[in-house]
Ligand binder design. Structure first.
Ligand code: SF4
Length: 305
């Protein structure tokens, strides 16, 4: 039998969307143990089609196999039914009896967030706004004895928030109507690294202009995936060095100087096997050294090696 610590390491590394409870397979809602959320996180996957306008080299979503389920998008009713069933199991304790999460120590059993993440970019899902409003209402309706309600968290590359109306609606649901946060991806702030890491069809200049708009309207936590690619001496190698870091720091420092409401900056590295061979985790020391360089910023810079 695995020790509790081994189980926790496995849970940290396993962010599978496939979750079963009492023989019932869940399709849109899944629990994970999240390093950055600091405990149990309830994920919502609205992207059964695995749709994304990025193709990040570290993405763990396998887009080579069949879709799950085939081509169908999750109805808001399905998501809400699964959320209710999962919380019923958490409340009754059945969740801990039937899943590997039974080894979690008490301090990690509190639900730390309900995160719109999943197999693609959540803001591209047609049901995103309807489901996020319904989840907000669910959180507001439920009692949370002994605990504050968990925040809703949107984990996004930002591209669905360029238009003013979508930013306003997202702000209302995620920030104004209850506890909530927006975690915004910024992996690169120069054209070469953006093209290499994020492999998006969105032109670099358009992306940066769009993100400027997003941070001008919304308080965000910035999240930056830092990775090395390839082995030293390999002509294809792209290590995360000053050529990546200097433009990133300049961009974020510029936003800070303009008074943008940035809550924190997360520097993290690869925790799970990515789709593309050659992607390598960076040493913790590099992230920590960069965080020290960014210590002048008026918000916390946190590392998750
Ligand atoms: S933005 Fe997220 S879902 Fe899309 S490719 Fe990148 S890591 Fe994968």
């Amino acid at each position: 039998m695995d020790s509790p610590m081994a189980t926790m390491n496995l849970l940290h590394a396993d962010h599978s969307r496939l979750f079963t409870l009492s023989g019932r397979p869940f399709r849109a809602v899944y629990p994970v143990l999240s390093r950055r959320a600091g405990g149990l996180s309830i994920g919502i996957n609205l992207n059964f089609d695995k749709g994304c306008n990025f193709d990040c080299i570290y993405c763990q979503v396998d887009r080579t196999g069949p879709l799950l389920p085939e081509g169908e998008l999750p109805a808001p009713e399905l998501v809400m039914e699964e959320i209710a069933a999962l919380f019923e199991a958490l409340d009754s304790g059945r969740f801990y009896q039937e899943t590997p999460f039974g080894d979690l120590p008490p301090e990690l059993r509190q639900v730390k967030d309900i995160a719109f993440s999943g197999d693609g970019e959540p803001t591209l899902a047609p049901s995103f706004r309807e489901v996020s409003r319904a989840v907000r209402e669910f959180v507001a309706r439920r009692p949370w004895p002994g605990n504050a309600p968990p925040p809703l968290r949107l984990i996004t590359n930002g591209s669905g928030l360029f238009a003013g109306e979508s930013r306003r609606q997202t702000a209302k649901t995620f920030l104004e109507d209850g506890p909530g946060e927006i975690w915004l991806k910024l992996d690169a702030a120069d054209p070469a690294h953006f093209a290499f890491i994020n492999r998006s069809r969105i032109p670099f200049d358009r992306m940066m202009q769009g993100l400027d708009l997003v941070v001008s309207d919304l308080p965000v936590t910035i999240q930056t995936m830092v990775l090395d690619f390839g082995q030293e001496g390999d002509p294809e190698a792209m290590p995360a060095d000053r050529t990546l870091w200097d433009p990133l720091l300049k961009k974020v420092a510029g936003w800070a100087a303009e008074g943008r409401a940035i809550r924190a900056w997360h520097l993290y590295s690869v925790a799970r096997p990515p789709a593309l061979e050659g992607v390598r985790k960076v040493p913790a020391e590099r992230l920590e050294a960069w965080a020290r360089e960014a210590a002048f910023l008026p918000f916390p810079v946190l590392v998750f090696p």
